[in-house]
Ligand binder design. Structure first.
Ligand code: MG
Length: 178
């Protein structure tokens, strides 16, 4: 039996909320009276997924791959950034085992949208939707989330690869891409 290596990664992101919808979250457009503000399309969940995958593969973070000082990244589709980051992760032999995601948002209720978000993230990564779990928490009226000033997301990812591929290092791919 082939020996496998496992790695976990964590991603976190915060975006300011401003008046006027809709809200872009997990690659899905959600009708809402606020939107997230950012240099790209400000999709906090996709940014946290991207960082969790890059972290697990020791490939740095989303800001290193897609700097907000680069005009090419303005209003950029976060799904495209996630796809490109996942490609680098997969080029090193990593397979995504699962993602567990938490969105911190006071409103709207995300229950009607969780399945669509899980399916969208799975689609971007070539996974089954059962490999992606999406949870939502409010801020109980407290802090920047509770007062609807911000949206946050936190994601943990588990990767696995054939141990024979462990000689492939993160440095090589990151430098080749820049
Ligand atoms: Mg972000």
């Amino acid at each position: 039996m082939t020996e496998r290596t496992y790695r976990t990664g964590i991603g976190h992101d915060t975006h300011r909320l401003a008046r006027g919808g809709p809200l872009r979250l997990g690659g899905v457009t959600i009708p809402h009276d606020h939107h997230a503000v950012g240099h790209s399309d400000a999709d906090a969940l996709l940014h946290a997924v991207t960082d969790a995958l890059l972290g697990a593969a020791a490939l740095g973070d989303i800001g290193e791959l897609f700097p907000d000082t680069d005009d090419d990244n303005r209003d950029r589709d976060s799904g495209e950034m996630l796809h490109l980051a996942a490609k680098q992760v997969q080029q090193q032999g990593w397979h995504i085992v699962n993602l567990d995601c938490i969105v911190f948002l006071e409103r709207p209720k995300l229950s009607p949208h969780k399945q669509a978000i899980a399916e969208r993230i799975a689609g971007l990564l070539g996974l089954q939707s059962s490999q992606v779990n999406v949870k939502a928490k409010t801020g109980e009226g407290l802090g920047s989330v509770g007062q609807s000033l911000a949206i946050q997301a936190q994601v943990i990812a588990l990767l696995s690869r054939n141990t024979a591929d462990n000689h492939v290092t993160g440095d090589v791919v990151i430098r080749a891409a820049t």
